[in-house]
Design a protein around this ligand. Sequence first.
Ligand code: SF4
Length: 440
Amino acid sequence: MSRAVYLETFGCQMNEYDSDIVRTILLQHDFEFTTHLDDADVVLMNTCAIRESAHERIYGRLAGLKRLKRERGLVVGLLGCMAQNLKDDLMEADSVIDVLVGPDGYRKLPGLLTKALEEHRSGIEVTLSEYETYADIIPERTDGVTAWVSIMRGCDNFCTFCVVPYTRGRERSQDPDSIIFEVQQLVNNGIKQVTLLGQNVNSYAVNGTDFADLIVRVADVSGIERVRFTSPHPKDFPDKLLDAIVDHPRICTHVHLPLQSGNDRMLSLMNRTYTQREFIDLASRMRDRCPHLTLTTDVIVGFCSETEEDFVDTYRVMEEVEFNAAFTFIYSERKNTIAARRYPDDVPHAVKVDRVSRLVELQNRTSLKLNRAVIGQEREVLVEGDARKSSDQWMGRTDGNTMAVFPKAGEGICPGKKATVVISDATSHTLIGENATPFR
Ligand code: SF4
């Protein structure tokens, strides 16, 4: 008899992708999935260790499951980065968790869940692997227009604030043939756009195939319309990849380039291995080579010992580079990181909040300016579905990954198709279009 699993995912795209891996493995082992907690025999939470807010939500959810477990004998499993990083704290005596599995242990999940369901035995699998890439497990995805495809796992960079090298282990690249096979399967299921995922895609290497070679192979798969990738590390962005972006019509002209800080002392404390000047030069080299390129970034404020002057350097780099969008974060110490061991988290919370608000305000202004600059121009939009605010409008993204909405007029435009749209207005987050025609 199959057992019903309710699976909830927290955190980044890599976790979304891993949840598809978990789903595929369990479906092969007599489990089924439900979207109703009340019908579930097993509750799985695929967790994130990057931010404090994710931790708090997960602890809240665990507390809420105590009663259900008592009343219905529900089996509770915690997966992912938080399971890997906080295993000892999580399996304390009165823990609600039966099964704890880190990102490299998902093949063991069916056995561990069966033991918990049938023999009431708890189980832990948190061994990090040097080889596991789940290359032979092709997640089945049959809905939507876009899909993530993991090309590598783990990270060797050891940025001092980051928990990923400890939760996802050492860097491993997946065999290119298995990636191409997965992309072909996705195309067969109607997917039009894939985003290649890795913690540092430019480290991808398998038997002489580097990331630029791989992305060109993916973009050459028949039926694929667009290929994106995230994230490169600013320390090693090669001209060969820039050439591929410029030359291949199906590789999108958007790069997410995490700045993290614009101050050299902070960058050194973070172990980012580039300087402010090197980052600015890289961004202008990219824009010189590809004037339509959109650049987005991640920034952390309030990292250990950050002064007002250090922060102003970040502010100035953001003013100078003019990112199209930025994800701004307040630093919060993560257990087991180098920063947690070496540097006090000493910037007062109110100061962090003030700094992040100033960056958000700057970024909103910049995004609005750059979005308004394309009013009157045509953009090619891949339609993903109805706009969130109105079912009379389509929503999609431009090649540069900016959200666009436009009225549902014109034959032959539907999810999965590209449309040429004239941009008539813009907000800081969205382009508003009109006169859509099917893209030729
Ligand atoms: S590159 Fe740095 S921030 Fe990104 S996953 Fe690796 S250690 Fe973390």
